[in-house]
Design a protein around this ligand. Sequence first.
Ligand SMILES: [Zn+2]
Length: 260
Amino acid sequence: MKLFDTHSHLSLIHDDHIEQLLLAQEAKRENVLGILSITNNIQDFFTVHENLKTASNVFFAIGVSPSEVLHPGRDWEQKIIQGRSLERVIAIGETGLDYEKKYGDKKSQIDLFLRQLDLAARLNLPVVIHNRGAGDDLLSILKDKIPPRGAILHCYSEDVSFAQKVLDLNVWISFAGNVTYRNARQIQETAAGMPIERMLIETESPFMIPSEHRGKRNKPSYLPSTLYHIADLRDEDPEYVAEQLWLNSLEVFGLTDKLA
Ligand SMILES: [Zn+2]
């Protein structure tokens, strides 16, 4: 079995670089042969990239999260362009819209998001999108502005009908540990019924611990728990689901030649 964790905040699990390398190794032993390292700001991206440049199963996204809308950092767009040329940088993110946490105002969040969609198109990368309570705006923006390499809706938290709408666009839906929660009916229905060709999984570690590991801090090596849960919801063989999701990950990140 090969698994790809499409969203892990490795630097929020541990800030020590040796511990971060150990997380990547531990994940490998649990068949997590790819991890997309996510950061919320550019400074953290450069630090984590330096820390993990020898960890061959770790890939990197670069971007500015909506949480940073009031202080995205100086010359952040220029720095994304620079960061793109570093090794194993395969996505823009995380970016998106968060109307629940009320970071800044909607207009500034949308502006920060649009500028990164534009960069994703210019730099020929897919984009990793965070969405909390902003489904309508997200949908209308993506209809016009989705970058050619597509978008990943990470830590999916909407319902089946929203999934049907976004799947008409070049969108991938990624499920995190919250799909295993007892009260997550809408998310589970989506995972059970959506086309597997557009599905991904992630840990969103250190957050969203799968229920099997409740009480612990989430990390990439716990990804199999979410995989088995989704296979169960879909009534499909876990090996089959894993294989399909692995191939999907390689496709969206443009890694097919490298890792297939
Ligand atoms: Zn995240």
